[in-house]
Design a protein around this ligand. Structure first.
Ligand SMILES: C[S@@+](CC[C@H](N)C(=O)[O-])C[C@H]1O[C@@H](n2cnc3c(N)ncnc32)[C@H](O)[C@@H]1O
Length: 219
């Protein structure tokens, strides 16, 4: 199953690159503009969000992609959600899916904002009760595919997140962070604990070539 997903992703990447070669006028930077299709990692995280009561919470779906986690937050009762991504195309997709969900459920009593941002750079001064991040975590030489590539140990974006999130927490925040066995989980958990946070592994799933973990991080 997972092997198939990886193969599919590689095929998608290859065919996309092929299209780029055919359409020479398209800038190479478009390579990283695909929107992440929800996969096993997304669904594991989504299930964990759905266990929570988010009524009255200010929520952040960081790296929103298709908006799958933002929608899970709304399903769990959130009435204020920020869907944020570095990729403009992801925000278009997220907005489309969130608005479709709100229309279908006739839920017009909520506020959802869509913010283009590199992690917290455009969220200055905003504090959240609940932050969810399914980061790009695949180990890679360089960060070329912004939805997948996590650089060294797959942790480059996660490490940047760790240096920025603290200033965006309310007094009773919870963070759900998706990581993989490819990311040296012990090292990452240790970093959070050294910063004075309590970390629980609240969900895990063994896949063909990795194990996924959802960390719940609280003060
Ligand atoms: C693995 S995908 C997850 C998408 C979606 N949340 C899900 O669970 O299916 C990672 C997402 O993070 C976004 N992303 C990567 N680096 C980012 C950054 N520095 N700041 C904000 N978003 C980022 C990507 O564009 C992508 O949409």
């Amino acid at each position: 199953m997972v092997k198939k997903i990886i193969q599919k992703k590689l095929i998608q990447k290859k065919s996309f690159k092929k299209k780029l070669v055919q359409k020479k006028s398209i800038s190479k930077s478009l390579i990283s503009k695909e929107v992440y299709v929800p996969s096993d990692d997304s669904f594991l995280l989504e299930r964990e969000i759905r266990k929570r009561n988010l009524v009255g919470k200010v929520c952040l779906d960081l790296g929103t992609g298709s908006g799958v986690q933002g929608i899970a937050m709304l399903k769990s009762g959130a009435s204020f959600v920020v869907c944020a991504d570095i990729n403009k195309n992801a925000l278009v997709e997220s907005k489309k899916n969130v608005l479709k969900y709100l229309k279908e459920t006739k839920n017009f009593d909520v506020v959802v904002r869509f913010v283009e941002t590199d992690l917290f750079s455009n969220l200055k001064g905003v504090k959240f009760d609940f932050i969810v991040f399914n980061p790009p975590y695949v180990p890679s030489e360089k960060i070329k595919w912004v939805d997948l590539d996590g650089g060294k140990e797959g942790s480059e974006t996660i490490n940047k997140f760790i240096t920025q999130f603290v200033g965006h927490l309310s007094s009773s925040s919870e963070i759900l962070l998706l990581i993989s066995s490819l990311n040296n989980p012990k090292k990452l958990i240790n970093i959070f604990e050294k910063k004075g946070f309590f970390v629980d592994v609240v969900s895990k799933e063994k896949l063909f070539f990795e194990e996924l973990f959802v960390l719940s991080i609280k003060k």
